[in-house]
Design a binder for this molecule. Structure first.
Ligand code: C5P
Length: 419
């Protein structure tokens, strides 16, 4: 495989040499494209010796073979590590003022960026907006590690380890080149349960293990999709290989992670158990016992699924879950039907919770409803069986969508939205 390794100008550039070695040992041809600033940290001789290929930074070298266009076009995978704030800013606005940014503009293959910078730069509104722009265009931007930075400081901004970058990047190509019925599709799945902090040590949470969403992410990858799993408080041991994992804690984190990736996705699955309410205020210090009762004031969280469904394009498929128990007001299915219409997702998987089904490592059974609340399928068995059944319905809808005029879908969704 032809891999382009872009290296931007940051102290972590030396770790890109280890990444290059890993890629070469895995049998790939790697063309290193540093920025001029990157050469201040690691020089041309190192890159040429380790890659066995010439190294240039300028669009004015190799003009006889139109290098600034050819390198990107020929690539099967582009990795930028470290991706600095400056490089991502230039990529986000589409600049082509050096060989690396020109390559990013001409590449049609999967692109993965591994950011590294000081925490203040990573959290600056400009960088946050640039990362969101890149993600919305389908660029896979990893979250940086949290740890020691260049000086004595530490925090989010550290380059992920070279092995983790190589794994995440190669998984993009392995899966996107797959043969399955979701080959080439981008699928974003949320899983787990959100936690809403009350004070520095306590939170309001729920019992979702994340297993159902994880099974969906794993099956989507097996069927050839490029998958991002937005994992809310999921046990690390459960996380599958071959998918890009974004870890989140609160509902606000999860909403941001989903919205940032929504535009670049073909399928959005909300399998996470999202807290309906969060504390109105988070105490800065641990709340002490007062000897009396404690009243906590809660405010409602946004409905992420309904928001994604409202903003979805006609060619996208939005899937939600509804964990229901029957009551005097109606059966599980009655509640599911009402929710399908209220949320206006394309598909809603309704499951009965309690009595040995639903949460944790237990069998599951779902009825799959469409936007209008009509039954379009059923799936039961292990969580992997349910994932397969649900993705069968998704693949079916995607293929029918490509045959019909998308505008009909838009109006079907709009018709079910509340006034
Ligand atoms: O309304 P209810 O919580 O039963 O809806 C469940 C579905 O809605 C799930 O797909 C869940 O991920 C999603 N949800 C959401 N935002 C919320 C609450 C639920 O996206 N605030």
């Amino acid at each position: 495989m032809h891999v382009v390794l872009g290296v931007a100008g940051g102290i972590a550039a030396y770790k890109a040499a280890l990444l290059l070695r890993l890629l070469r040992e895995a049998g790939h041809q790697v063309r290193v494209v540093p920025t001029t600033a990157a050469l201040e940290f690691v020089g041309t001789a190192t890159w040429e010796a380790l890659s066995g290929q010439p190294v240039t930074t300028s669009v004015f070298e190799g003009t006889e073979s139109v290098e600034h266009v050819r390198i990107g076009r020929d690539a099967d995978l582009v990795i930028v590590a470290p991706a600095t704030a400056d490089l991502m800013a230039r990529a986000a606005v589409g600049q082509a003022d050096d060989l690396l940014t020109a390559t990013l503009l001409t590449a049609t293959c999967p692109v993965l960026m591994a950011p590294a910078m000081h925490t203040e730069m990573w959290q600056n509104a400009a960088t946050v907006a640039n990362v969101a722009t890149l993600r919305s265009r389908g660029v896979h931007v990893l979250d940086p590690d949290d740890g020691r930075l260049t000086g004595a400081d530490s925090g989010p901004g550290r380059l992920p380890e070279p092995e983790a970058i190589a794994d995440a990047a190669l998984a993009l190509v392995t899966t996107s080149g797959g043969e399955g019925d979701l080959a080439g599709r981008s699928v974003v799945v949320s899983a787990g349960g959100t936690r809403e902090p009350l004070d520095p040590v306590r939170f309001l949470g729920n019992r979702s293990s994340g297993r159902q969403g994880i099974a969906i992410a794993a099956d989507a990858a097996r069927r050839g999709a490029v998958v991002t799993l937005v994992a809310a408080n999921v046990d690390a041991a459960l996380l599958p290989g071959g998918v890009d994992v974004v870890r989140v804690e609160t509902t606000a984190d999860l909403q941001r992670a989903m919205q940032d990736r929504a535009a670049g996705a073909d399928v959005l699955v909300m399998a996470a158990a999202v807290a309906d309410y969060r504390p109105a205020e988070i105490a800065q210090a641990k709340v002490k016992k007062s000897g009396e009762g404690l009243a906590i004031s809660l405010v409602e969280n946004p409905d992420i699924l309904a928001g994604l469904a409202r903003g979805a394009r006609a060619d996208q498929v939005v899937v939600g879950f509804a964990a229901e128990t029957g009551d005097d007001a109606g059966s599980v299915l009655d509640h599911g039907r009402a929710k399908a219409r209220r949320k206006a997702a394309d598909l809603l998987a309704v499951n009965q919770v309690g009595e040995g089904t639903g949460f944790g490592d237990v069998p599951n059974a779902v009825v799959i409803l469409d936007t209008a609340g009509e039954i379009v399928g059923r799936a039961q068995g292990t969580k992997s069986d349910v994932a397969r059944g649900l993705l069968d319905a998704v693949a079916d809808l995607l293929s029918r969508r490509s045959l019909v005029d998308g505008a009909e879908t838009m109006s079907a969704r709009a018709a079910t939205l509340p006034e």
